[in-house]
Design a binder for this molecule. Structure first.
Ligand code: PGA
Length: 244
């Protein structure tokens, strides 16, 4: 695992975007594994900037997203399909039909099966990840065990609390989500995880310092992957007790 310590969250995001951009430049028909949330929202503007400056071309790129809330229509402003359209896809030349965000409404069993099939179709060239305060990746929440494949996850109280900042009211936060399993995430050829903020310090410490796979910190599964880059700012590195 490679850990990059930056001077600021903004710099972390720019570096993550450069890593993703380099993958696309080297392989124009790359398949990107994409993420949502506050961290991802700060990374996409750098990719959009490079596209606008003619440094990146997404015309042959395809994408698949980690997860989606159960119960939100794709046009709901807090759905992850809406997030992707409004934070990234609308601003670059990616072909919308080459993007995939599982639907969180309708026949959920069918959606899970379709999502799993999409995951297995071909590996992603690079997976972008955030991390939850509780160590979740995608929506794989801590528990006695972790699921390898696509499934419906009941969200942790801490996740609902953290994500309530995006909703008018905590009660509006969906209680469930469809997510890739940790095995699906580990299929990516390369993974880049970005984190900031003191609330993430414990999860990051377990990820970058510990020597254990720990189901109470799902991100620790990334330790077994051969090509993971974790990007954190100095403030978080200090709080996590990481010495570069
Ligand atoms: P955040 O979410 O970027 O909004 O903190 C990350 C995550 O929960 O994976």
């Amino acid at each position: 695992m490679r850990v990059i310590v930056t001077e600021s969250f903004d710099q972390s995001c720019e570096i993550a975007a450069r890593i993703i951009g380099d993958v696309v430049r080297n392989k124009p028909d790359s398949r990107l594994g994409l993420a949502t949330g506050g961290t991802a929202a700060a990374i996409y503007p750098f990719l959009i900037r490079d596209y606008e400056e003619g440094k990146l071309d997404f015309s042959k790129v395809s994408s698949i997203n980690l997860d989606e809330y159960v119960g939100l229509n794709p046009d709901h402003p807090q759905s992850y399909r809406y997030f992707m359209d409004h934070n990234f896809f609308d601003f670059v030349n990616i072909d919308r039909k080459n993007t995939y965000v599982v639907s969180g409404v309708g026949d959920l069993e069918k959606n899970v099966a379709e999502f799993q099939q999409k995951v297995l179709e071909k590996p992603v060239d690079i997976q972008l990840l955030g991390i939850g305060e509780n160590g979740h990746i995608g929506f794989n929440e801590p528990g006695d065990t972790l699921k390898l494949s696509v499934h419906i996850e009941i969200l942790d109280e801490s996740t609902i609390e953290a994500n309530s900042r995006f909703f008018n009211d905590k009660n509006e936060v969906p209680k469930k989500a469809i997510t890739m399993g940790v095995g699906d995430i580990l299929r990516a050829k390369r993974i880049v995880l970005v984190a900031t903020g003191k609330k993430k310090a414990k999860a990051i410490r377990g990820l970058i310092l510990g020597d254990e796979l720990d189901c109470s910190n799902p991100s620790t599964v990334l330790k077994v992957h051969p090509n993971v880059t974790v990007i954190i700012d100095r403030e978080l590195a200090d709080m996590a007790g990481y010495k570069a």
